[in-house]
Design a protein around this ligand. Structure first.
Ligand code: SF4
Length: 404
């Protein structure tokens, strides 16, 4: 048993580093500052360390040899999900180079990367928001579900760097519901978001509008919001890209970035795109010069966000082997009838078991490591709190590469 541990939580990309708790028999019990998600994930019993090949229990070495065998035969392996730490992503890139594979997260839309590439975006950090923002607009009710302590950490202030007495910012939620008590909610159905953004911009530049409302929201309410946004000293628009419930997410994100730019002609405004699994993208940029959706089959990194979408490659059967990496939570394995190697802390949900399953540890629980925080501004170190015989993703991938 270890007590009074200071813990950095790896279970969402806010990476709260102020948790306190105790370890008893391989389970971590969070006592202070943990949200429900952190308490549940840390308190789970350690997963089984037994590897499987075609659903039969085998030694880890046998599973590694079988995985190397599958990759040796593959013409275009896809490395997907990529939920691991900095060292794990580096090992994925190295193995993808060696096997001529494609790396892509599969689930995260690359919308904010596309917006950044096509017209740029003014972004901010959690520290800036905590110390300076006086208005934050959250797009979609899902933000608080995916990042449970965002409000507590950034917007419920007891002190700031620049004010003698901390003032609380205004919070506006654009979405059908919100559980944030201090927020003003504008009840917009999310599929009206493109029109909503366009109308805010039109009102800002005094374009006459014929419409009286967008969805159920009267234009007068939008005009009030624009006025409030113009009066702010430091405004922020935040959204969780993956849960934006609207079509053409890349265009919606680009419109949000353009709205932020437009308000910067009057006052200071910034965007905070909230995304999961940010570490894979950041390490990929640092190692190759490109974000995810890279193909190494021609022995150099080729980037194309449409051509090398793993979903497209798997559904057209251009890819012939899937390597699925998931160190933090149980995931849903996509249903494709091709050889599949899974490195995960729990067997993923799927209609058929993977050909090879090698259990791995969770960074920040079973081993130390580093992760990028959601604002991409800092990389935080993670500690090991228990020893249950689960290896790192990087250790397994390097052994597979050495066996090729
Ligand atoms: S908000 Fe995220 S990082 Fe913070 S304690 Fe909860 S799950 Fe962990």
């Amino acid at each position: 048993m270890q007590s009074n541990l200071t813990i950095t939580c790896p279970f969402c990309s806010l990476l709260c580093e102020d948790l306190n708790g105790s370890e008893i028999n391989g389970r971590l019990y969070v006592q202070t500052h943990g949200c429900d998600k952190a308490s549940t994930c840390f308190a789970k019993p350690p997963p089984s360390p037994l590897a499987r090949v075609f659903d039969k229990i085998v030694s880890r070495e046998e599973a590694i040899a079988e995985a190397a065998q599958l990759l040796r035969r593959a013409h275009l392996p896809v490395y997907a999900n990529l939920d691991t730490d900095v060292d794990g992503v580096r090992a994925v890139i190295s193995l993808a180079k060696r096997t001529g594979g494609v790396i892509d997260q599969i689930r995260t839309p690359c919308a904010s990367v596309l917006a950044l590439q096509s017209s740029g975006c003014i972004t901010t950090t959690l520290t800036e928001i905590r110390n300076r923002a006086d208005l934050i607009i959250l797009i979609g009710a899902q933000v608080e579900t995916h990042f449970p302590r965002l409000i507590e950490r950034c917007l419920q202030r007891t002190e700031t760097l620049f004010e003698k007495e901390a003032t609380q910012p205004d919070i506006v939620v654009i979405g059908e519901t919100s559980h944030i008590s201090q927020a003003t909610t504008i009840p917009l159905a999310e599929h009206f978001l493109p029109e909503f953004i366009a109308m805010l911009k039109a009102l800002l530049v005094d374009v006459p509008l014929q419409a009286q409302q967008v969805g159920e929201v009267p234009v007068a309410e939008l005009a009030d919001l624009v006025e409030r946004m113009q009066q702010t000293h430091y405004g922020v628009i935040a959204w969780h890209t993956e849960s934006l419930n609207t079509g053409h997410i890349d265009l919606v994100v680009q419109a949000l970035c353009e709205l932020v730019k437009a308000f910067n002609k009057i006052t200071r405004f910034a965007a905070l795109p909230l995304e999961d699994g940010i570490t894979a993208r950041q390490v990929c940029i640092w190692q190759t010069g490109f974000p995810l959706r890279i193909n190494f089959s021609r022995h150099f990194p080729e980037y194309n966000p449409w051509q090398f979408s793993s979903q497209r490659l798997l559904s057209t059967k251009e890819a012939d082997t899937l390597v699925w990496i998931s160190s933090f939570a149980q995931t849903q394995l996509p249903d494709y009838d091709i050889p599949t190697i899974v490195l995960a802390n729990q067997l993923p949900e799927s209609s058929r078991p993977p050909d090879i399953f090698i259990p791995v540890g969770t960074p920040g629980l079973d081993h130390s490591g580093y992760l990028f925080r959601v604002d991409q501004a800092v990389v935080l170190p993670l500690q090991q709190y228990r020893e249950v015989g689960l290896p790192r993703v990087s250790e397994i991938l390097r052994k597979i590469e050495a066996s090729l």
